[in-house]
Design a protein around this ligand. Structure first.
Ligand SMILES: [Cu+2]
Length: 338
């Protein structure tokens, strides 16, 4: 047989083999994948973070659902719904809750594994972003958001031999129900307290417990966004949200929103106080916020600074914002008549 002929035949055989291999390639890679990455066999669960009203003013600060039962080896993908940022964070037992700027410490970029021995947290997640956590071992793990207190949940990781109580369709339904109930809750949007004359409420909210943790709803709005007073009057802002800090900020936005500006003084009752002489002046309340909830066995928390007062000495129109939530539309205006 001429050598050329042989090569042609061999080539023909080879190309036939190659065609078969190409056809079987996806199957081959699938099985090779299972051998190399057995977690491909394991379930992927889905949950949502947060809910919001169309005007962004009402924020459901919650994991939806906030309690899920899965098998060891499964993973959960959380997807961000709202404009308000959140984190997906699992700390180790007794770990102090770190500031969200530090992570736990550090952040995992888009996925993490949590077995209870080393903490895991996403960075700040924004609308549309996803974060995946794999749970290789059985256990009951608390889920928190580093930014929002009272936004907690539980992941129950069972052994593969144990049966799961619910399927994904159940969780989708619960998430939808929890979201709707947060966004339509009537109490959260109602004025709860009597205000002094020229009083403006700063946000409202509520904490709602479920068997797996707590959700909360925050209305990121000034109760009376436009108020008219006279020169010489003082307006008093009171934060009525059980968790969320807010600010009352006139003029320049500070670098650090937590601290009041240097022209703020403290009244005898602990409220902060500023004076504005012209609409072009700046004054910033810093965070006004209720004290965190107390727990038996721990030192009580000091009373929170919930009030900010500003005296307007000259007529004019004084726009202001909450430096934390102006992107959600939390803005107001004081009209000062002569
Ligand atoms: Cu705010």
């Amino acid at each position: 047989m001429p050598i050329d002929n042989f090569s042609v035949k061999q080539f023909a055989n080879k190309s036939q083999l190659f065609r078969i291999f190409r056809k079987l390639q996806p199957v081959f890679f699938f099985f090779a994948g299972l051998v190399l990455f057995p977690q491909l066999l394991l379930a992927q669960w889905h949950a949502t973070i947060g809910a919001q009203s169309q005007d962004l003013g009402r924020q459901g600060l919650a994991f939806l659902p906030n309690e899920i039962w899965i098998h060891a080896g499964d993973s959960i993908t959380w997807t961000m719904a709202p404009a308000e940022p959140h984190t997906v964070t699992f700390l180790t037992a007794n770990q102090l809750i770190p500031p969200f700027t530090e992570g736990c410490p550090g952040f995992s970029s888009d996925s993490a594994t949590f077995d209870g021995t080393t903490c895991a947290t996403s960075p700040l997640l924004f609308q549309g972003q996803k974060f995946i956590v794999a749970f290789p071992v059985a256990g009951n793990f608390k889920l928190i958001c580093l930014i929002h207190q009272n936004m907690t949940g539980t992941v129950h990781v069972l052994k593969p031999s144990e049966s799961l109580p619910h399927d994904q369709a159940f969780y989708d339904r619960v998430a939808q129900e929890q979201s709707t109930s947060l966004l339509t809750d009537q109490d959260a949007g109602t004025l709860k307290h009597q205000h002094s004359e020229n009083g403006v409420s700063v946000g409202h909210g509520e904490i709602i417990a479920t068997g797996g943790g707590s959700d909360s709803i925050s209305v990121m709005r000034f109760g009376d966004p436009e108020i008219t007073v006279h020169a010489g009057d003082t307006v008093e802002w009171t934060n009525e949200d059980p968790i969320t800090p807010h600010t009352v900020t006139f003029g320049a936005e500070p670098q650090d929103p937590a601290a009041p500006s240097s022209n703020v003084t403290i009244d005898v009752d602990g409220a902060r106080h500023g004076v504005l002489n012209s609409p072009s002046d700046s004054v910033h309340s810093g965070f006004i916020q209720v004290a965190p909830q107390d727990r038996t066995g721990l030192a009580q928390a000091p009373s929170g600074v919930t009030r900010f007062r500003v005296r307007f000495s000259k007529p004019g129109i004084y726009p202001y914002i909450c430096a934390l939530h102006d992107v959600l539309g939390m803005k107001g205006e004081v009209i000062v008549l002569p």
